[in-house]
Design a protein around this ligand. Structure first.
Ligand SMILES: *[C@@H]1O[C@H](CO)[C@@H](O)[C@H](O)[C@H]1NC(C)=O
Ligand SMILES: *[C@@H]1O[C@H](CO)[C@@H](O)[C@H](O)[C@H]1NC(C)=O
Ligand SMILES: *[C@@H]1O[C@H](CO)[C@@H](O)[C@H](O)[C@H]1NC(C)=O
Ligand SMILES: *[C@@H]1O[C@H](CO)[C@@H](O)[C@H](O)[C@H]1NC(C)=O
Ligand SMILES: *[C@@H]1O[C@H](CO)[C@@H](O)[C@H](O)[C@H]1NC(C)=O
Ligand SMILES: *[C@@H]1O[C@H](CO)[C@@H](O)[C@H](O)[C@H]1NC(C)=O
Ligand SMILES: *[C@@H]1O[C@H](CO)[C@@H](O)[C@H](O)[C@H]1NC(C)=O
Ligand SMILES: *[C@@H]1O[C@H](CO)[C@@H](O)[C@H](O)[C@H]1NC(C)=O
Length: 355
């Protein structure tokens, strides 16, 4: 979806994130996490240990968040690491103050080398966007990866009960704060004019991180982040969380969200029936994670929108997507090229394979 309040929804009956069906109606909220002085909830180590979650992930330390700049369309692995507070790492990097910044932010079980981050970054490079954007990949992999993958794999994959996922959720506000601090650092080093020149592109828990980054930027600045695109923001533990604990339309100037549960964009009418996805509401293979195929379609469709003109039809409120399609009007282009004036719900048909 595009627009100030618009949300692109897949409308999976499965909960967005891991698509665990039976848990999707749960009233579970993000558990009580401490707040920072301005009321933005922020987990800390003490809380983590109280919840018996310390040690589950590779790290809970926000100092393990890293920023990789990819400036070279001729070499997709060529990058510069930029560290907050380290002026030299910035001045010796190829970060270009004349261009706005795009931050690609991954989700649970991922890091900057895994599929979402690399595929999206590579497509932006391939399309020539390094000429007009500083393309950054945020790595919070240590805070999103179980220390013992065997132990994680051997448990039942109900994200509402998954302690590893919960621990990762607890790291989300901290990572959002680090992203905000990085933006402040770029501004203080006069490499960035304002948060208006920033786009955050977060998938799954990365979308929730983008929301927190937006809240912290708002707390520290008069200008909001220019654009936050949330690609199917993680659902479990966020479904019934209050607005200050999840990505919402007030976190940036233009917030477009591909969201499972309450959205305005209906790819293929929404729901788990997405191109080539077999995980339509059932655990096809015991102990595997259903719904991930449709979940991943959020960023796969977004990628398709980078190079193709994918047109979406405006829907009146939560109108039946079939009706939206029938009386297609107020068309907007879906994805990166969606104009910031777009708002409300949209429907579009799309077929896109796994890259
Ligand atoms: C915390 O984890 C340890 C080790 O996994 C376990 O033995 C203990 O019962 C847990 N404590 C609580 C309060 O859940
Ligand atoms: C691409 O960049 C990487 C990292 O800087 C470097 O090791 C590699 O040699 C480069 N490849 C080419 C073909 O230049
Ligand atoms: C930053 O954003 C402002 C306000 O939208 C705009 O006028 C300016 O051209 C942008 N600067 C860059 C480098 O993109
Ligand atoms: C990223 O995650 C993959 C898959 O879990 C893992 O194989 C790889 O070592 C990780 N890389 C980094 C740099 O964390
Ligand atoms: C990882 O978890 C598996 C399964 O619970 C366990 O058998 C193994 O000992 C653990 N490995 C380590 C290094 O703790
Ligand atoms: C808020 O701004 C100050 C001053 O620029 C900066 O040092 C700090 O890191 C910022 N905090 C966040 C969360 O962005
Ligand atoms: C899924 O979508 C395809 C193509 O639109 C359609 O033929 C099929 O009936 C749908 N399946 C379900 C279960 O809705
Ligand atoms: C995209 O397609 C729509 C109609 O399908 C058209 O109105 C619009 O001009 C096209 N936009 C671009 C940038 O090609």
């Amino acid at each position: 979806m595009c627009g100030k309040t618009s949300i692109l929804r897949l409308l999976l009956l499965l909960v967005a994130f891991l698509g665990f069906i039976s848990g999707s109606k749960s009233q579970t909220t993000v558990f009580d996490i401490p707040e920072d002085s301005s009321g933005i909830p922020l987990a800390n180590e003490e809380e983590l240990s109280n919840q018996n979650e310390s040690g589950l992930l590779l790290s809970n330390d926000p100092r393990h968040v890293a920023f990789y700049l990819y400036p070279n369309p001729d070499n997709i692995t060529d990058n510069d690491v930029i560290m907050i507070g380290n002026s030299e790492s910035l001045s010796t990097s190829r970060y270009d103050a004349a261009k706005p910044a795009l931050f690609i932010i991954h989700g649970f079980l991922n890091n900057y080398t895994t599929r979402y981050s690399q595929t999206v970054k590579n497509e932006f490079l391939k399309q020539g966007f390094s000429k007009t954007l500083n393309i950054l990949v945020v790595d919070w992999g240590k805070l999103a990866t179980p220390a013992n993958l065997t132990a994680w794999l051997s448990q039942i994959h109900d994200p509402l009960k998954d302690l590893y996922y919960r621990a990762s959720v607890n790291n989300v506000p901290k990572v959002g704060k680090v992203v905000s601090e990085f933006i402040s650092f770029l501004i203080s080093e006069q490499r960035l004019e304002s948060p208006a020149n920033v786009t955050l592109l977060g998938f799954s828990l990365g979308a929730q991180i983008s929301g927190y980054a937006g809240k912290f930027v708002k707390q520290n600045n008069t200008i909001l982040i220019g654009r936050i695109t949330g690609l199917d923001p993680a659902g479990p533990l966020y479904q019934s969380a209050p607005a200050n604990e999840k990505l919402n339309a007030n976190d940036g100037t233009f917030v477009d969200i591909v969201k499972t549960g309450t959205a305005d964009f209906y790819p293929n009418g929404g729901g788990p029936n997405q191109s080539d996805c077999l995980d339509i509401g059932v655990e096809l293979v015991p102990n595997t994670i259903s719904g991930t195929c449709a979940h991943n379609r959020a960023w796969i469709y977004y990628l398709a929108g980078l190079s193709k003109n994918i047109t979406a039809c405006a829907c009146i409120s939560q109108a039946d997507p079939i009706i939206c399609r029938m009386f297609c009007k107020n068309k907007v282009r879906f994805g990166f090229h969606c104009p910031p004036t777009a708002s409300g719900g949209y429907y579009f048909d799309i077929y896109a394979k796994d890259p």
